[in-house]
Design a protein around this ligand. Structure first.
Ligand code: GLN
Length: 515
């Protein structure tokens, strides 16, 4: 009976996909709902200054994407997907509810719970989607596209609802609603397990090891204890975030060592595929460094230098999710149609195109200054169009990347390599913060993106000359610093994307038949 349920399909996809869709929708609801309140809660309730709040926000934003490495290994080697996702979900729900107690101590503990919980939840639910499809199944990419739509429905409505509740009625209501969202996610997931929609997929990875006792405690329980012990460590890193760069070094060193070990054990085809995965992750890193400007420098650009009509600067952030919800279904049709007619472009091509598009999106912001008015504001159309273009890029790169991780990884390392993929966001957030800092005006100093190799191109695109702009006042200088940085990073990603497209035939050789 249960096997029959596991084989049922809905809209041509395994039924399990739709349960994972809703579980992830609710988890992302909680994640983005809480994130929408975080900066305001720190600056307005905890009374942290801007610098400290930015530091905490960036540390939290990046750390949630480093724990998937550990959550991935644990799922591959011991727990399997189902137990990992439930453990992660419980930790995250606890984090959200603890946040409703408004105090600095509970604040750091809650962030740490969310960081550790996400590590168990996010990579494993993504790998679980992949496990619903056989190798070579043409539906895989469109399945991930549907899943990604769930991510963004959650990401779109949560800031509106939690933000409104938190600001109008009190912080704890907003955080509480995020927690309820996470409980919904857990409920949907649990129901799917009970109904048997996943069949035998996602069970404990190593039953013998799971049951084995150390000092009288089962390994399965030791994992939970380990997760709880990680909480104070994460809380300390968030608090003392000025030392986070040591973690960046440590992770980089650790990851290179582990990948080296996996390489040694792998067959020749697997080595090629692993190489391609690492290459994809590096492209994704570049993508996210640029993309993650959205929450920081791009929002400030919108606030200060865009002639906004009908929306405020923070609302411009939800445009990205809105576009994805709008485009996900047409994209799913596109992939299905192109696969049927054997015209579906290869994944290295799509990844390259993703980078080209994020580059073009930021070049659109850069170009906007050609149309500035007397108060150094640019028409809103550029903001709307640029976000649309980089969202197209995201759709070519992010869901395709998830899909390929599940197809290119050796089976026993899938979740770990999913964790490696999410490192793109860890590095992305970290370096995005550094780039965003370059948009602050330093008296008498030209942008680094209008010097050296950028000296000719950037001013041509932005239409701004530093000497002239200096005499025009603060607002103009601020616009100059935004558009110069956006143009600079836009150019870099655009050209690297083009290069990635040029070398597609070479990359395909290492993919062992995977498209
Ligand atoms: N917005 C996506 C999500 O929340 C992208 C995350 C990522 O890969 N960094 O899943």
């Amino acid at each position: 009976m249960k096997n029959q349920v596991a084989e049922q399909t809905l809209f041509g996809h395994p039924k399990g996909l739709f349960y994972l869709f809703f579980a992830e929708l609710w988890e992302r609801f909680s994640f983005y709902g809480m994130r929408a309140l975080l900066m305001l809660y720190m600056t307005q309730y905890l009374m942290y200054d801007d610098k400290m709040s930015f530091g905490i926000f960036a540390a939290y934003g990046s750390l949630v994407y480093v724990t998937p490495l550990i959550g991935g290994i644990v799922a591959d080697k011991i727990l399997g997907y189902k137990k990992s996702i439930i453990l992660g979900g419980i930790l995250m729900a606890a984090g959200h509810f603890i946040l409703t107690i408004e105090h600095p101590i509970t604040f750091y503990s809650a962030l740490a719970l969310l960081i550790v919980g996400n590590g168990f939840f996010k990579p494993n639910i993504s790998s679980f989607v992949g496990s619903l499809y056989q190798k070579g199944d043409e539906r895989r990419d469109s399945g991930f596209m549907i899943f990604y739509m769930g991510v963004n429905i959650g990401g779109w409505i949560a800031p509106l609802l939690c933000g409104w509740l938190g600001i109008t009625y009190g912080w704890h209501y907003g955080f509480g609603l995020a927690g309820i969202g996470m409980l919904f996610g857990l409920f949907v997931f649990n129901r799917a397990i009970k109904k048997g929609v996943f069949g035998k997929k996602g069970e404990v990875a190593n039953k013998k090891l799971y049951e084995q006792r150390f000092a009288g405690i089962k390994t399965g329980q030791l994992v939970t204890i380990g997760a709880i012990l990680m909480i104070p460590i994460m809380a300390l890193i968030v608090k003392f975030n000025e030392f986070e760069h040591y973690l960046v070094w440590l992770v980089s060193f650790g990851i290179i060592t582990i990948l080296f070990v996996i390489f040694k054990q792998a067959t020749k085809t697997e080595r090629g595929q692993l190489g391609v995965l690492i290459y994809f992750t590096i492209l994704a890193c570049l993508f996210f460094i640029v993309f993650e400007q959205a929450g920081s420098s791009l929002t400030l650009f919108a606030e200060r230098n865009v002639d906004l009509r009908g929306i405020n600067a923070s609302q411009s952030n939800s445009l990205n999710s809105f576009y994805i919800i709008l485009l996900a279904i047409p994209f799913t049709w596109l992939w299905t149609y192109l696969s049927r007619t054997h015209k579906n472009p290869s994944s290295p091509f799509k990844m390259g195109l993703g980078l080209v598009l994020v580059g073009l999106g930021f070049l659109t912001f850069g170009y906007s200054s050609n149309y500035m008015n007397d108060t150094a504001q640019v028409p809103m159309l550029f903001l709307i169009a640029g976000i649309f273009i980089y969202t197209l890029g995201e759709l070519f790169l992010s869901p395709i990347g998830l899909s390929k991780v599940t197809e290119l990884s050796p089976k026993k390392f899938i979740s770990f390599l999913m964790g490696v993929w999410f490192l793109a966001s860890f590095y992305g957030h970290f370096f995005a913060g550094k780039i965003a800092q370059l948009t602050t005006i330093v008296e008498g100093e030209e942008s680094i993106f209008t010097k050296g190799i950028f000296a000719n191109l950037t001013p041509k695109i932005t239409g701004l000359d530093y000497q002239e702009i200096q005499s025009m006042g603060e607002a103009h200088l601020q616009l100059y610093s935004y558009v110069s940085v956006f143009t600079g990073i836009g150019l870099v990603t655009f050209f690297i994307g083009l290069l990635a497209i040029l070398i597609v035939p070479f990359i395909k050789k290492f993919m062992g038949g995977v498209k």
